[in-house]
Design a binder for this molecule. Structure first.
Ligand SMILES: Nc1ncnc2c1ncn2[C@@H]1O[C@H](COP(=O)(O)OP(=O)(O)O)[C@@H](O)[C@H]1O
Ligand SMILES: [Mg+2]
Ligand SMILES: [Zn+2]
Length: 262
């Protein structure tokens, strides 16, 4: 962390550095002195954005560079593709205009890639990003209804609506209820209407909700889908907002334990 009183050797603490004079264009006027933002301030901005992004401690180590792709076996391509999609997303941002929706079982590296993306966006493009765990967000909103808590619903939601890139981690992990569905719709629709980019991870396969006609027995035999957890309407909205990236593999932590990786 920079402190303002240790003076920068490049800019002397002004935050501006002068650039070498450019060769004047043919027949052009005398070049005027050029200045640019000094790296010391770029560093300060990056640090501020990183601090504001609310990346949990347990994911601080996650970056695109630290995501392994040199696996063997039938799932190798799926993870290499996911890493490729993540890197391309950062490079092309904001041209593409679409977010990413990472699906896959627990431990395949969905959150790792989502965090890696926003860290790269902050570091290379100075983009304002925010990480929120879905259950944690719902809990904070619910808490704000408690009159003894000094927070309002909008106070919590405002940054979620406004941040340029939002990571919503483990979408669908909270038990569905009417209130949960209303709240998810509010968040997703607001970001959709404002054309903001959202990166989502979910442990649920991207499928339709069970129809009411399916009898109870069949419904319980069938694995739950994203549609079951957030509703078909929100799921199809997400299809408009995000590119689906399905990740297949084993739980990475078990692979490490089984000493395939060091
Ligand atoms: N391909 C990978 N390369 C490096 N670390 C990984 C990889 N996949 C997962 N991890 C690590 O394993 C742990 C679990 O991954 P995580 O992203 O939380 O999985 P998911 O969100 O899919 O459940 C994290 O600590 C993560 O950094
Ligand atoms: Mg995760
Ligand atoms: Zn400086």
């Amino acid at each position: 962390m920079e402190t303002m009183d240790t003076e920068c050797k490049v800019c002397g603490g002004t935050g501006w550095k002068s650039l070498p004079a450019q060769a004047s264009p043919a027949g052009g006027k005398k070049p005027s002195p050029q200045v640019a933002r000094c790296d010391c301030r770029i560093g300060a901005k990056t640090n501020r954005l990183l601090a504001n992004a609310r990346i949990p401690k347990r994911y601080e180590h996650c970056s695109l560079e630290s995501f392994h792709t040199e696996f063997e076996g039938k799932h190798a391509k799926s993870l290499a593709d996911a890493r490729l999609n993540a890197g391309r997303f950062v490079e092309e941002y904001p041209i593409q205009g679409q977010g990413l929706l990472f699906t896959g079982s627990i431990g395949v590296g969905k959150t790792h890639l989502a965090v890696g993306i926003i860290k790269a966006l902050i570091e290379t493009k100075g983009i304002d990003c925010l990480f929120f765990d879905y259950r944690e967000l719902l809990k904070q909103i619910q808490n704000s209804y408690n009159t003894s808590v000094n927070a309002t619903e909008l106070g919590i939601l405002r940054p979620v609506f406004d941040t340029e890139v939002l990571v919503l981690d483990e979408l669908g992990a909270a038990k569905p209820s009417e209130w949960v569905w209303d709240t998810v719709s509010l968040i997703i629709n607001t970001r959709y209407n404002d054309k903001r980019t959202t990166i989502i991870t979910t442990n649920y396969p991207d499928g339709d909700a069970a129809s009411a006609e399916i009898d109870q027995l069949q419904r319980t035999a069938r694995p739950l889908t994203l549609g079951d957890r957030i509703g078909d309407r929100m799921r199809s909205r997400l299809h408009e907002m995000c590119k689906i990236v399905d990740m297949r593999g084993k739980d990475f932590r078990q692979q490490v334990q089984s000493a395939n990786f060091r």
